[in-house]
Design a protein around this ligand. Structure first.
Ligand code: TXA
Ligand code: MG
Length: 316
């Protein structure tokens, strides 16, 4: 299979939508990272996602929808979910919600769970694609299982461990402005819980709910909890975190100072988030150990540090 590179004009969107309708997989941009999309109602199409990514099939996928009415057709929204949808959708928030029995979503999407992860992305290309296709699309990040999430079409097609030749097409709409996966919130046991820190700072969610989010402390081997495979965001190189002084042999990802691999010269966390995965990939190609400057833990810093800790975790 030769992977097509399509662009978000009328022709590219129509071709991408037709591929989805045929049950093929298409990588689509979102404001967070590129997702590998397939028709969420077609089990065989969804199976092709797992196949292309080489992903353990017990990991449930996020369903992307173009509007709130589509969310209500798939899941039941508790009052707090409605409040968050109203305030943060479209945007980098995924909510894990009770799946409706008449949702029509392929069982493979939820890995047989009675909940479903729903996200309404803000990216205009993703929304235009879903409108042209006319249905919900399941989409995990468009990287091979265990590798860094892609924030550009070039990352998706990376000859080293990318999906070139494994998927029908990629819709190329340039780099992703947020650069970190969505924040995931769920209500296990009825309590609003942060299941994965991400592109929407947890503090903003807590401000709207007017209560702190419970932190998820699950069994690291439990498949129902997101992002818990230990080295989920792994570059090949060894990573040293909170490095105030880089060693001469290291490639240093600085923060708050200029440098060839600085996450943000000015110490801007949104800029650092948007650049993180691209800089990790570029640093990784140099084949030297990578050190990363300390990143403050507030706002988007919590999600950046979460990804860095996973990238630095011992490999299986
Ligand atoms: O920003 C994002 O969220 C990107 C873009 C493409 O939308 N998607 C993404 O998908 O990061 P993925 O598959 O790499 O991560 C989805 C996470 C997984 O860790 C999965 O365990 C969790 O969401 N998840 C999905 N449905 C779930 C459910 N019903 N219960 C618990 N966790 C769920
Ligand atoms: Mg992923």
């Amino acid at each position: 299979m030769k992977t097509l590179r399509l662009f978000p004009d009328a022709d590219g969107l129509a071709r991408a939508a037709a591929l989805l309708a045929q049950g093929a997989t298409v990588a689509m941009p979102t404001e967070t990272v590129y997702g590998l999309a397939a028709d969420a109602r077609n089990g065989e199409a969804v199976a092709r996602i797992y196949e292309a990514k080489g992903r353990p099939s017990f990991n449930p996928l996020i369903v992307h929808i173009p509007d709130l009415a589509s969310a209500e057709a798939i899941a039941t929204l508790p009052d707090q979910a409605r409040l968050l949808a109203d305030r943060f959708w479209p945007g980098p928030l995924t909510m894990v919600l009770p799946l409706r029995s008449d949702a029509g979503i392929a069982a493979l999407v939820t890995a047989g769970l009675t909940t479903v992860g729903l996200r309404l992305p803000a990216d205009p290309t993703a929304r235009a694609l879903m409108r042209a296709f006319g249905g919900p699309v399941a989409a995990p990040s468009a990287n091979a299982s265990g590798r860094i999430s892609p924030t550009s079409a070039d990352h998706v097609l990376d000859p080293e461990g990318g999906l070139e030749g494994r998927i029908a097409a990629v819709l190329d709409a340039g780099p992703c402005p947020v650069g970190l996966e969505s924040t995931i919130v769920g209500w296990p046991g009825g309590r609003a819980t942060l299941l994965r820190p991400g592109g929407l700072p947890a503090e903003m969610i807590e401000a709207v709910l007017d209560q702190p989010l419970a932190r998820h402390e699950g069994d690291p081997s439990a498949p129902s909890a997101p992002g818990q495979l230990t080295s989920h965001y792994a570059p090949r190189a060894l990573l040293r975190l909170n490095a105030t002084t880089p060693e001469a042999h290291e490639t240093h990802l600085d923060f708050g100072r200029p440098g060839p691999f600085s996450l943000s010269d000015s110490g801007d966390l949104a800029q650092a988030a948007a650049r993180l995965f691209d800089l990790l990939r570029r640093a990784d190609t140099l084949g030297r150990p990578i050190s990363v400057a300390p990143i403050p833990e507030q706002g988007l810093g919590a999600a950046i540090n979460d990804r860095l800790r996973r990238a630095a975790a011992p490999r299986p």
